[in-house]
Design a protein. Structure first.
Length: 101
């Protein structure tokens, strides 16, 4: 799984490949989890991890406009580095990486 260096948020949205599934873990999302998305084996997934303090409402709106789906990582507010690990594991699990098949 490649991990890109930090980018300006709008630049990252512009660089999102058209066939990818964009996910934005956001503390304001209460119902849609990564497991509720179309992530499956072979999916190209981009996960946007926000800055300390979270994404602004304007950034979330820009993400939605770019077809990036806000998702919840649960009820806890996570540190940036923890959110990246948790989101990655959930994406890998949804893609079947831990099924042993």
């Amino acid at each position: 799984m490649p991990i890109n260096s930090c980018l300006n948020f709008n630049d990252a949205l512009r660089l999102l490949p058209p066939a990818s599934i964009g996910l934005l873990p956001w503390e304001g999302e209460e119902s849609t989890a990564i497991n509720d998305t179309s992530v499956k084996a072979g999916s190209l997934v981009a996960v946007f991890i926000g800055p300390e303090g979270g994404f602004s409402t304007q950034e979330v709106d820009s993400a939605r406009y770019a077809n990036v789906l806000p998702v919840t990582l649960g009820q806890s507010i996570l540190r940036v580095e923890t959110a990246a690990i948790i989101a990655s594991v959930i994406v890998l699990n949804a893609a079947g990486q831990f099924s042993g098949k």
